[in-house]
Design a protein around this ligand. Sequence first.
Ligand SMILES: [Cu+2]
Length: 274
Amino acid sequence: MKIRWWLVGLCGVGFLMSGAVGSSFGLLRLQYQGGPVAEKGSVPETFRVVEALRLQYQGGPVFEKGSVSGVVKAAGQPPVPKPIEVNKDQDECGKSQPAESLILGAGNEVKNALIRLTNIVKGKRLDTATKVVLDQAKCRFVPQVVIVPVGATLEIKNSDPITHNFRTFSIENDPINRAQPKNGPVISTKFTLPEMFKAQCDIHKWMSAWIVVADNPYSAVTDDKGQFMLADVPPAPGAGFYQMEIWHEMLSKVTKEVTVKANADTGMSVELKK
Ligand SMILES: [Cu+2]
């Protein structure tokens, strides 16, 4: 990605001069100015600068820890996709595969919803040394939604005795499009910019996953009971609140304000509409 470094530098000076990190981030977000766009691309330059500023999340020790936990449910009775007929490699993949685009529990609990705090700028360290594994096993991606910190390693494995072709649809990060034969080497990669994008196998069309490249450590994916937990969250500065985004590929995206208290859990109940 091309960054106007002088512009980033200019914003950086303003950033440093405006005091506390939290308040200056909020101030900068308010300073968006609409007008003619001289260089038009798929992502406007202004957005790119804001994305660059988002990387200024500061990790360190958290002395006053709270947490946010809860359950995500689907409203009403959204239609659950039918199993997908398998037309390739049936010996390994079976005759059908369950559709993973919407998995609901008995009480409409949503599996694989993404929860993240979007405006937190200070908290625990982002673990950039970690290795996150995305496996292709029994002709499915495991997990189906995977969170990878910016700069951390994603290892894409193939545990099946057949060939898969791993392909991503990223824009900010370099896309990947590589065949991965059985017993083939692990594809090891790093993503440098926060972004959420789809991945798929070109050979087996039902295989898809979402990769979430996170620039702060406060994101989670719901389990098969629809539950999530964000741990070690410091209370928002100035008795404020955080923006919590809840997203699922087939349902609505919801943003909620969440207040975090030291040594306490904040319970959230989230309903996503179709
Ligand atoms: Cu495949």
